[in-house]
Design a protein around this ligand. Structure first.
Ligand SMILES: NC(=O)C1=CN([C@@H]2O[C@H](COP(=O)(O)OP(=O)(O)OC[C@H]3O[C@@H](n4cnc5c(N)ncnc54)[C@H](O)[C@@H]3O)[C@@H](O)[C@H]2O)C=CC1
Ligand SMILES: O=C([O-])CC(=O)C(=O)O
Length: 337
């Protein structure tokens, strides 16, 4: 009951967002496992006035369903490539969870073959129809699909590195949940930065910077176990779903949190800070996830890593070769090499 009250409160909150902050959000892949609950959550967002739901098929049904919810956003479904331009026109934020998910035994990189082309085609359309939109890339492998998106926009001459963001929020959501559970903390008061990329060892939670600091409650072995569980969180869900896909509900939640943060930044809210995988110069690789400040033009400031303990410094060093090779693979693909 409390949960329902919270949702209703959230849906009503739109009346407090001024009309001149009307925002259009497009979801590409909206009929999928992530797309459907994400569309629901964006319909509940106080920051959205127009919601465009695009997929290759199935979106008229999802749109009709979601549109009956009595919150502010108008909803329209778009199905098939010939309707993609219309879906994107005027979009402020485009969320992209289109593509195939993993099955047990696969790595995220195994999805490259299919998803690289899907992301390139969708981002090309974004470059043509809404070049100023903030792109939230969820499709895996994120370590490569974000470089693909950047390179695709570069080739169209409309690349703005402040507007291409890889969604790594689920890693932060997981790190917070696991850390709070282990340390016996109130999860709503916990924060854990997660840096690097979004696959295996490239996911690096910085528990030494977690708030509140629970160092006295957790041993080195605990921190090692928490780090590994965060890195393997996606695989934990893939295995539990046993062939029926990967995280969809927790991802929809994380995707909605991140899109709302982007919208709040666009609306001029000060101090919107999230971890996200973006073009970055804070390490030796050209794309990296760290805390960034989101503002009226997307990424306004990229924060450094702060001080790392020896365990985290070793984790950072260990991830860089894999991250670099995933980035280079994405760029080469987008260049047609
Ligand atoms: N960044 C992250 O943290 C996470 C990323 N993912 C990734 O998100 C992606 C989607 O996962 P699910 O929703 O579970 O898959 P799904 O298979 O349930 O849904 C994908 C949807 O994309 C659509 N699609 C395929 N090609 C398209 C195109 N050219 N244009 C528009 N839509 C297209 C499909 O029709 C389908 O409705 C996967 O690549 C998965 O690995 C999943 C969880 C977390
Ligand atoms: O593990 C997967 O394939 C999906 C994903 O990215 C996640 O859940 O973090």
């Amino acid at each position: 009951m409390q949960a329902i009250k919270e949702v209703v409160k959230h849906a009503r909150a739109f009346s407090s967002v001024p009309a001149h902050f009307d925002r259009k959000v497009a979801v590409l892949g909206a009929a999928g496992g992530i797309g459907q609950p994400l569309s629901l959550l964006m319909k509940l967002s106080p920051y959205v006035s127009e919601l465009a739901l695009y997929d290759i098929a199935g979106t008229p049904g999802v749109a009709a369903d979601v549109s009956h919810i009595n919150s502010k956003a108008t909803v329209k479904g778009y199905a098939g490539e010939d309707q993609l331009g219309e879906a994107l026109k005027g979009a402020d934020v485009v969320i992209i969870p289109a593509g195939v998910p993993r099955k047990p035994g696969m790595t995220r990189d195994d999805l490259f073959k299919i998803n690289a082309g899907i992301v390139r085609a969708l981002v090309e359309a974004c470059g043509k129809h809404c070049p100023k939109a903030l792109l939230n890339i969820i499709s895996n492998p994120v370590n490569s699909t974000v470089p693909i998106a950047a390179e695709t926009l570069k080739r169209l001459g409309v690349y703005d590195e402040k507007r291409v963001l890889g969604v790594t929020t689920l890693d932060v959501v997981r790190a917070k949940t696991f850390y709070a559970e282990k340390a016996g903390l109130d999860v709503s008061k916990v924060d854990v930065p997660v840096v690097g990329g979004h696959a295996g060892v490239t996911i690096l939670p910085l528990f030494s910077q977690a708030v509140p600091n629970a160092a006295n409650k957790l041993s080195e072995a605990d921190i090692d176990a928490l780090t590994k569980r965060t890195q393997d969180g996606g695989t934990e869900v893939v295995q539990a779903k046993a062939g029926k896909g990967s995280a969809t509900l927790s991802m929809a939640y994380a995707g909605a949190l991140f899109a709302d943060a982007c919208l709040r930044g666009l609306n001029g809210d000060p101090d919107v800070v999230e971890c996200t995988y973006v073009a970055s110069t804070i390490t030796e690789v050209p794309f990296f996830s760290s805390k960034v400040k989101l503002g009226k033009n997307g990424v306004e400031q990229i924060y450094g890593l702060g001080s790392l303990n020896d365990y985290e410094a070793a984790g950072l060093k260990a991830m860089l070769p894999e991250l670099r090779s995933s980035i280079e693979k994405g760029i080469a693909f987008a260049k047609g090499e």
